[in-house]
Design a protein around this ligand. Structure first.
Ligand code: 3HC
Length: 312
């Protein structure tokens, strides 16, 4: 690209302008947005699997209705995000092929199993809580279609987090000792993987510098992780659950909570495809894609017939 257009683009970003699909943009800006938005969409779709596992086993009709609404929301978030990515010139088929072949990533967090009903509440509280921390800044992402998609996603996410927290509070305040133990066990299993959702430490994050320069990433991975820890500690106190980190303590000098070391070898193993449920999750997605082929074929045939009728 000529340097002049790059300089003009950087000046637009520095002026806080938003980039629309038809605007000129550096190829690398387009490429990193396709990468991030498509993987964000994959995360939403794969994210339906862990909690979908409990829809038929929800303890009451109210909890079942709430969980159904949440899982349906995630599907909608995925569709918004695939549509936002398509504005950059990538096809839906290409993005899904990248997911099914393992070429594309999706959030590591969804490769962990949901072993009890309390997992559903902890996912709402911690996983959607972390997702909100990470997604609110994206409402100001310099790429306008992504920012617009995030505004509606974030509104629905706050319902997801609140319903999770409320279900845990119910079990912790009115539950039996066994239910309280079930909640604590779920917190113990989901705490560290939730911290990993924010991505590697800033000094091991190859995309951060450029993404922050271009206003795609407004806050660093470590900054959002710290914000999440500070909020979660207070919420855990209200719930009466212990967070599984003996090094967690308030540091008045920093004005934040210090916390223990994250096992980044686990993170990279899960991101690399070797987590507890990676194969099961991808198999479920490929199976759904194959089972749905007849629906896509019928819809495309119908659309072609409609077009032909209009042209006639
Ligand atoms: N899981 C899987 N891969 C991850 C990851 C995670 N938790 N965190 C980072 N990575 C990957 C990155 O994608 C990148 O690989 P790539 O270059 O092949 O894409 C590599 O690790 C290095 O990470 P970087 O920090 O350099 O990458 P980014 O600058 O892209 O930052 C990110 C990572 C913070 C996740 C950023 O991509 C982002 O903000 N993505 C959009 C938001 C998102 O996807 N949130 C998690 C989805 S959970 C969700 O929304 C569902 C909710 O409804 C429950």
């Amino acid at each position: 690209e000529d340097a002049e257009r790059m300089a003009r683009f950087d000046a637009r970003i520095d002026a806080g302008e938003y980039i629309e699909p038809k605007d000129w943009m550096p190829a690398h800006y387009r490429k990193t947005l396709v990468r991030q938005i498509s993987q964000h969409a994959h995360s939403e779709i794969v994210g339906m699997l862990p909690e979908g596992n409990w829809i038929t086993r929800a303890p009451t009709l109210k909890r079942k209705a709430i969980l159904l609404a949440k899982v349906q929301d995630e599907a909608g978030h995925g569709l918004y995000l695939y549509s936002a990515a398509e504005t950059l010139g990538v096809s839906r088929d290409a993005m899904l092929d990248a997911l099914h072949t393992g070429a594309a990533k999706y959030s590591s967090i969804f490769n962990y199993p949901t072993l009890s009903w309390a997992d559903v509440g902890v996912i709402g509280w911690l996983v959607d809580g972390a997702a909100i921390m990470n997604q609110v800044p994206i409402c100001r992402c310099s790429y306008a279609p992504y920012a617009r998609a995030m505004i509606r996603v974030c509104r629905e996410e706050s319902f997801h987090q609140r319903q999770g927290f409320e279900s845990l509070l119910t079990m912790m305040t009115d539950g039996t000792p066994a239910q309280r133990a079930m909640v604590q066990d779920a917190v113990d299993r989901w705490w560290w993987p939730s911290l990993m959702m924010f991505g590697p430490p800033d000094d091991q994050s190859p995309n951060s510098a450029q993404s922050m320069r271009w206003g795609i990433k407004r806050n660093s991975n470590d900054e959002l992780r710290q914000k999440f820890v500070d909020a979660a500690v207070e919420q855990a106190n209200v719930l009466g659950v212990a967070l599984p980190d003996p090094a967690l303590r308030w540091n008045a000098a920093r004005g934040h909570h210090d916390f223990g070391a994250i096992d980044w070898s686990e993170f990279w193993r899960v991101v690399g495809g070797d987590g507890p449920c990676n194969r099961e999750r991808l198999r479920a997605r490929v199976q759904a894609w194959e089972d749905g082929a007849w629906v896509r074929d019928a819809a495309l045939a119908y659309a072609r017939r409609q077009d032909a009728a209009h042209e006639a």
